[in-house]
Design a protein around this ligand. Structure first.
Ligand SMILES: [Zn+2]
Length: 272
C-alpha cells in the first residue's frame, strides 16, 4: 500500500475512534468523561460562548483556591482518613482545594464578605475527580465495611446509602465549581451547624429546623434556633456570591453559572 494510503487509513481510523468515544452513552455526545486516555487537547465552549483551550485533562482550567481567596481555610477530608470511608480517597494526592477560576473568584468574594463580619470560610472539598466518586460507589457496595458508621451515618443502613442518594455514581464536584464549606469564627472555631460535614442524615437537610426560603425557624428537638441561623448565614453569603444550595446538605453549594456544565474531570487533586 502506498505511504499516503496508509496515512489516510490511519487518520480515518483515529477519527472514527474519537467520534465513537465522544458519543458513547451520552445524548448528542454532549457529556464527556475525561479519563486521561484521550489523545487530543479539547476545545470547550464555556457559557459566555468563548472558545477556550484547555489541556487534555482539564487541569489547566483550574486554580488553587488558597492562592486566590484571602484567609480561606482548607481541610480536605478526602485526602485524609477522617471521612465516611475511613481511608484516603482515590485521586487525592495533596490537600489542596482546586476549582475553576470562576468558582474560585466567587469563593474569594465570599471570604471578603465574611472577613467584614470577623469570619472566614473553611473548605472540606472542592473539585473531586471521577475516580474518587468511583471509590465511594465501590465502598458503598461493600456492606461489611462500616468502620465509620457511628460518626457519619449512625441512623442509616449502609445498604440504603446509594438508594437514598447519599452516594451517587456522579457528582457535581467533578465539574469543578462545587464546594463543601462551613464558617469559622475569629478564634478558628467552626460555627455550630447542628451536625458536621458529611453526616448522612435527615438532620443535615437545610429544611430541618425551619424554612430555608424564608429563614424562618421552626422549634424542634433536633436543630436549635442558633444552629439554624448559622446554617442560614452560610446559605445567605454563598447565595449572595452566586452559589446555589442543595436540599439535602447544608454544606454543599454549586456555582450557578458554572463554566463546565456538561463535563466531568478526572485529573488528580494535587498542587498545581
Ligand atoms: Zn458536596
Amino acid at each position: 500500500m502506498p505511504h499516503f494510503c496508509r496515512t489516510s487509513l490511519f487518520m480515518f481510523v483515529v477519527a472514527f475512534i474519537v467520534a465513537a468515544c465522544h458519543s458513547d452513552g451520552f445524548p448528542n455526545g454532549s457529556e464527556q468523561t475525561m479519563t486521561g486516555d484521550e489523545l487530543m487537547p479539547v476545545e470547550v465552549h464555556d457559557d459566555t460562548s468563548r472558545v477556550i483551550d484547555i489541556d487534555t485533562t482539564g487541569r489547566s482550567a483550574f486554580v488553587d483556591v488558597s492562592a486566590v481567596a484571602q484567609g480561606v481555610i482548607v481541610e480536605m477530608r478526602y485526602c485524609d482518613t477522617f471521612n465516611f470511608v475511613g481511608t484516603r480517597i482515590d485521586g487525592y494526592i495533596d490537600p489542596v482545594a482546586l476549582l475553576t477560576a470562576r468558582a474560585a473568584d466567587s469563593i474569594k468574594a465570599v471570604c471578603d464578605d465574611l472577613a467584614s463580619q470577623g469570619l472566614t470560610l473553611k473548605i472540606y472539598d472542592a473539585y473531586r475527580p471521577q475516580r474518587a466518586v468511583d471509590h465511594f460507589v465501590r465502598w458503598s457496595k461493600n456492606y461489611a465495611d462500616t468502620a465509620m458508621k457511628g460518626c457519619f451515618y449512625p441512623n442509616e443502613d449502609k445498604h440504603m446509602l446509594f438508594a437514598n442518594d447519599y452516594i451517587s455514581s456522579h457528582s457535581a464536584h467533578s465539574r469543578g465549581s462545587t464546594v463543601d464549606v462551613t464558617i469559622v469564627d475569629n478564634r478558628g472555631q467552626e460555627l455550630d451547624m447542628g451536625g458536621h460535614f458529611d453526616l448522612m442524615d435527615a438532620s443535615s437537610h437545610p429544611s430541618c429546623g425551619g424554612n430555608p426560603a424564608t429563614g424562618q425557624y421552626r422549634p424542634n428537638d433536633t436543630i436549635s434556633k442558633k444552629q439554624f441561623e448559622n446554617r442560614m448565614l452560610l446559605r445567605a453569603v454563598m447565595s449572595r456570591h452566586g452559589f446555589r444550595p442543595l436540599y439535602t446538605e447544608w454544606w454543599h453549594f454549586t456555582l450557578r453559572n458554572e463554566p463546565y456544565r456538561e463535563r466531568r474531570f478526572d485529573f488528580h487533586v494535587a498542587r498545581l
